[in-house]
Design a protein around this ligand. Sequence first.
Ligand SMILES: NC(=O)c1ccc[n+]([C@@H]2O[C@H](COP(=O)([O-])OP(=O)(O)OC[C@H]3O[C@@H](n4cnc5c(N)ncnc54)[C@H](OP(=O)(O)O)[C@@H]3O)[C@@H](O)[C@H]2O)c1
Length: 295
Amino acid sequence: MTEHSFPISILVTGASGQLGSELKDLSKSFPDFKFIFAGKQELSIINKDAIQKFFDTHKIDFCINCAAYTAVDKAESEKEKAYLINDTAVGHLAAICSSHKTKLIHISTDYVYDGSEKQPLKESDKKGPLNVYGESKLMGEKSALSKNPETLIIRTSWVYSYYGHNFVKTMIRLLKEKKELNVVNDQIGSPTNAADLAFVIMQIIKMHLEGKKINGILNYSNTGETSWFQFAQFIKEQTGSQCEIHPVTTAQYATPATRPEYSVLDTTLIKSLTGIKIPFWKDSASACIHRLIKD
Ligand SMILES: NC(=O)c1ccc[n+]([C@@H]2O[C@H](COP(=O)([O-])OP(=O)(O)OC[C@H]3O[C@@H](n4cnc5c(N)ncnc54)[C@H](OP(=O)(O)O)[C@@H]3O)[C@@H](O)[C@H]2O)c1
């Protein structure tokens, strides 16, 4: 049984990004739900008054917060902006969701971990962000849960999609343009197709409506692990590019933000709570790559 009145309405903030766009595609499979997709132009999460007014004038049962400051390197020089979007605004949004009895589903990152572990990271494992982006996201998790303990936070990693800007799209372009490329081989993680993440979010919403509520933090990525170099090699194989890719170390490839060496997420908890079968990263990546090269 549910305490919600129909139709169930779902607000997606940051709707023009990768995850927001995948949710928009997936929403076509849920004709009984009323989706409201709001990009930054329509509803900026840093505008507390606008968010308050929006919730006062619309019935929102679920809010999926896809809005984030995601420019990992730029965040090092735009600290205030990163904290404002990824922490302060998330805290306000969580409080407003709490006062309107809206279930908040917020997305966080593998970059909350310090990368020193060598086995898949559980939700409760030690945190220790190495960069401003990761720190701002960790603070956002804490703000959301303190303002609204019923928030569900899903940490994910290495997100790509048919939409937006991401490693897969950049590699497809560079593999076409260049004869040689250097790609980092000593950072290990699990790529995540945003379409798969969108799918699990909708499963969780369906479960919630059936009375199976999940709060707190869950880790989600596609299964398996890889390095950026191996990921690039896989994209090369799939596209048939002749470009030569050289593995390099993080030390040889300086970036403003430090990244964790190892950030593979342990997805045991989300699998046991939802019963979903998570696709292997190569299967999901292959589907996205072939869709992209067909265009
Ligand atoms: N991308 C990854 O590899 C990755 C990895 C782990 C976790 N995550 C997390 O996954 C979630 C979804 O990420 P994504 O890959 O879909 O990111 P994305 O493609 O960068 O989308 C984020 C969206 O949020 C928008 N936005 C920025 N400031 C906003 C504001 N003040 N109000 C409303 N919208 C705002 C952005 O608009 P503009 O582009 O116009 O600024 C963008 O459309 C985020 O929480 C992210 O931290 C991502």
